[in-house]
Write a protein of this length. Structure first.
Length: 83
C-alpha cells in the first residue's frame, strides 16, 4: 500500500486482518470500523470494552505504518449513557 494514497477499503481490510489475528493485543477491547476520512487522515471506530490512552496509542501506532499522520477517534453512540 502506498504511503501517499491510502484507499479506505485496503486500509479497512488490513485493519480487519490484524484485528482478527493473534497479533491484536487488546482482548478486552472490541473495535468496529466506521470510516476513514482521507482529508484529515483519521480513522473512526465504535468501541466496546476497555478504552484508554495506552490502547488508543497502540492502535494509532499500528495505523501509522501506512501514514505517519494517521490519527484515530472513538465514536460514541447516542445511546451510550456512561460516556
Amino acid at each position: 500500500m502506498s504511503s501517499k494514497v491510502i484507499k479506505s477499503k485496503e486500509l479497512e481490510e488490513s485493519f480487519l486482518k490484524w484485528y482478527s489475528s493473534d497479533e491484536y493485543p487488546y482482548d478486552e477491547t472490541c473495535l468496529e470500523w466506521r470510516e476513514w476520512d482521507s482529508a484529515t487522515k483519521q480513522v473512526f471506530f465504535y468501541v466496546v470494552g476497555e478504552w484508554n490512552q495506552d490502547i488508543k496509542r497502540g492502535v494509532r501506532d499500528w495505523f501509522r505504518q501506512f501514514h505517519k499522520k494517521i490519527t484515530i477517534s472513538r465514536m460514541v453512540s447516542g445511546n451510550d449513557s456512561d460516556d
